[in-house]
Write a protein that binds this ligand. Structure first.
Ligand SMILES: Nc1nc2c(ncn2[C@@H]2O[C@H](COP(=O)(O)OP(=O)(O)OP(=O)(O)O)[C@@H](O)[C@H]2O)c(=O)[nH]1
Ligand SMILES: [Mg+2]
Length: 317
């Protein structure tokens, strides 16, 4: 046996149960496909119990045909010793999954009835929520890390329920919650769209959205991604929430090209209301991040509210 045998094989595509079976049998390691991989990433971003249940449901639904295939094969004697003796272990796992599925369905119904999860998603009530969205590798996490690294507030025990991807930071003396989302995914498999939308549901409850766009990609890709991103925001009922566009990775392109692409970007979002603010940034160099914070403050009216407070406090009674 090779010493560098992997513990898992990720197949970046859709696998039919029979193909998955063949690969598993040959390699004798766990095989996951694109759907299961995306669902594992969803789990890390899920902010509510409802999202976690929805993801688990999608995973079970995706796995059941494979388990059925395993049962069928084991009954034909094709699975000696794998996944437990005979077909018994697989059989009981199958039963466990189907009963879990009906339990999840019941719980989801209850959650939807009480709508408690809506409150849950606004658990840090009273503080504006700002979410980072964008396609994979645009630089969401890099921007999140730079902003939260410099501005993370002290006394975090106050935010005990914060999710790992939510961090409280200070902007103009105000606390805001910055959220790093899973972002948009192209060609999302239809069977997991519902789970995807629920993971991204927090966008709908945010006070401002930062759409991170990799401005170093070619014009065509930028156009496609910005249009598709806006469509996704519309599906999530998040259009109308103030949008800030971080045109990121400016360090990778010439100033002339940057100027052209900023123009392109501006045309693409011209029809949106309120009109988005576009801020050129480089998370790597740290440039444009102060302007990004200023744009957040302006969008949320933070400096205004602060002066209102001062004005109010100075009024003689
Ligand atoms: N040159 C350059 N590289 C950047 C910049 N911002 C991010 N990167 C790089 O781009 C890659 C992706 O950055 P991430 O911050 O992980 O992107 P993301 O949007 O969080 O990606 P996902 O979480 O996969 O959706 C990393 O290798 C970063 O170092 C930038 O401003 N300039
Ligand atoms: Mg990221």
């Amino acid at each position: 046996m090779r010493e560098d045998k992997p513990s898992i094989i990720i197949f970046y595509g859709d696998l039919k149960p029979s193909s998955s079976f063949q690969i598993t049998k040959k390699a004798m390691v766990r095989v996951i496909d694109r759907v299961l991989l995306i669902l594992e990433i969803f789990t890390k971003h899920a902010g509510t119990r409802e999202a976690l249940l929805q993801i688990e449901m999608a995973r079970i639904k995706h796995e059941l045909p494979l388990i059925r295939e395993l049962i069928r094969r084991s009954k034909l004697g094709e699975l000696p010793g794998f996944l437990g003796p005979g077909g018994y272990a697989i059989d009981s796992y199958y039963k466990h999954l189907t009963s879990r599925l009906s339990k999840i369905r019941r719980e989801l119904e209850k959650l939807r009835l009480t709508r408690r999860y809506r409150l849950e998603s606004r658990r840090e009530k009273g503080f504006p929520h700002v979410v980072l969205v964008g396609y994979a590798s645009a630089g969401k996490t890099s921007i999140f890390n730079k902003l939260t690294g410099d501005r993370r507030i002290v006394g975090e025990e106050y935010f005990t329920t914060l999710h790992p991807k939510h961090t409280a930071i200070k902007v103009n003396g105000f606390n805001i919650i910055l959220i790093d989302t899973i972002g948009f995914i192209r060609d999302i498999p239809p069977e997991i769209i519902e789970a995807f939308h629920i993971v991204l549901e927090e966008i709908k409850y945010s006070d401002a959205i930062i759409f991170v766009v990799d401005i170093s990609e070619d014009d065509h890709t930028i156009r496609d991604k910005v249009r598709a991103g806006i469509k996704t925001l519309a599906k999530l009922e998040a259009l109308g929430i103030p949008l800030i566009i971080a045109a990121n990775k400016v360090d990778k392109i010439e100033p002339k090209i940057l100027e052209y692409r900023l123009n392109l970007l501006s045309n693409l979002v011209d029809n949106l209301k309120p009109k988005p603010t576009i801020i050129p940034t480089s998370a790597t160099l740290g440039s444009g991040l102060n302007e990004l914070v200023e744009a957040i403050a302006k969008t949320l009216g933070l400096s205004m509210r602060r002066s209102e407070v001062v004005e109010h406090a100075e009024k003689p009674f």
